[in-house]
Design a protein around this ligand. Structure first.
Ligand SMILES: Cc1cc2nc3c(=O)[nH]c(=O)nc-3n(C[C@H](O)[C@H](O)[C@H](O)COP(=O)(O)OP(=O)(O)OC[C@H]3O[C@@H](n4cnc5c(N)ncnc54)[C@H](O)[C@@H]3O)c2cc1C
Length: 369
């Protein structure tokens, strides 16, 4: 019988616990979370978008698998999934043109709807946008707003129903090994012996890997989101709109509220309210692109960490050096939307199943060496 400890009750840690447990009744599974509740890390600080990715084949495959699972959410969790299919429009300038043309072709090849919108037609999708320097828009009609807290709660509830033990308010402080095998983890409450540890610690994953000498090539960047009210009604409906080059975006939230997001600040801590230090950058980008959205009144906001790898793919699976250690981290800006895939890939490694239909070896840490 395996004894499995998952470090982190973010959306990935809980998806992992649930997906292992649904095909494995003989192992003991424990989740350790330093906060008093789930989802207090990056998972509770997101822009809440479920998208079909672009960029590369592996990412699109993560999306295809995850999207299907989300569409089956009601059968799986006996609960209706909140989905607001508003679509996602990327505004592409000359510098981004080649990349987005390649990604558009790749999406179509893999069966993902992707529509090129000529500059002159962008106004039919969104109003009050400066398109002077924009070559074309790329529209993903399937992309949706979701509620990450709903998904986190569903994973947590089902995991507990499958006898997963979740220990809140307990912090992992070390991993114990004999250099070849995992022996346990140390927490602020004592030693837990186990033969498998899964590092799903989000922004802390790099530090946790270092306890075993595992180097995770992850860069932590801070992104900020602001909830605003504007006198202009032009931004109250339509798709989520992003400036592809600077990754500034807005999304209508209903009730005349708009969410604005941006940020690639390195090695800074998250803020629980709106990040006022980054506000001048947001105002500058907003005034340039969404010409009537500013002035706005800030009514809320938050900032959080996106843990990015160089190839923008997560790090999922075992490592060669130490048996029983698994990574599930480096999810960047896509850990919510790809949570079904992340948990399933780890479950496949541990349970020797093949539920993830694509090549899971592409996410191994050894791709960097
Ligand atoms: C502003 C912003 C917008 C985003 N928008 C989107 C979006 O629209 N769609 C999308 O899919 N993704 C989005 N993301 C990315 C997404 O939020 C992350 O990829 C995802 O939340 C990562 O989940 P996780 O479970 O790996 O990490 P986390 O949610 O950070 O979970 C890690 C958990 O580990 C715990 N932990 C850490 N160290 C320890 C320890 N030593 N002991 C015990 N517990 C520990 C933490 O407390 C935390 O709960 C966004 C991110 C940001 C910041």
């Amino acid at each position: 019988m395996d004894k499995i400890v998952i470090i982190g009750a973010g959306i990935q840690g809980l998806s992992t616990a649930y997906n292992i447990a649904r095909n494995n009744s003989h192992s003991e599974i424990i989740v350790i979370e330093e906060n008093k509740v789930a989802g207090k890390g990056s998972s509770g600080r997101s822009g809440s978008m479920l998208m079909k990715s672009r960029e590369n084949v592996e990412k699109i495959q993560l999306s295809l698998y995850s999207f299907e699972r989300f569409l089956n959410f009601e059968n799986e969790f006996n609960e209706h999934l909140f989905l607001n299919q508003l679509g996602f429009l990327s505004l592409v300038n000359e510098r981004m043109e080649n990349r987005y043309k390649i990604e558009h072709a790749l999406r179509l090849k893999l069966g993902v709807p992707s529509i090129v919108i000529p500059n002159k037609d962008i106004g039919k999708y969104c109003k009050g946008i400066n398109c002077n320097d924009i070559k074309f828009g790329l529209f993903g009609p399937d992309d949706c707003e979701i509620n990450p807290n709903q998904i986190i709660s569903a994973y947590e509830r089902q995991a507990i129903a499958l006898k997963v033990k979740i220990c809140y308010d307990e912090k992992a402080i070390d991993i114990v090994s004999n250099g070849k095998n995992i022996l346990g983890i140390k927490t602020n409450k004592g030693l837990i012996s186990c033969n498998i540890v899964i590092n799903a610690a989000g922004a802390n994953a790099k530090d946790i890997g270092s306890w075993l000498g595992v180097k995770l090539p992850i860069k932590n960047t801070r992104r900020s989101i602001y909830y605003v009210e504007s006198e202009s009604t032009k931004y109250n409906s339509g798709p989520m709109v992003e400036d592809a080059e600077i990754e500034w975006y807005y999304r209508p939230m209903g009730n005349q509220k708009v969410l604005i997001g941006m940020g690639l600040e390195e090695n800074l801590i998250p803020t629980d309210g709106p990040n006022m230090d980054f506000l001048p950058e947001i105002i500058k980008a907003t005034k340039y692109r969404a010409i009537d959205l500013y002035p706005f009144k800030i009514i809320g906001g938050v900032s959080g960490i996106r843990s990015l790898t160089n190839d923008k793919l997560p790090i999922i699976g075992p490592i060669d050096e130490i048996e029983g250690y698994f990574n599930n981290c480096g999810w960047g800006g896509e850990g919510i939307m790809h949570s079904p895939a992340g948990g399933t890939i780890i479950a496949d490694w541990i349970n020797s199943t093949n539920n993830y239909p694509f090549d899971k070896r592409k996410f191994l840490l050894n791709r960097f060496t």
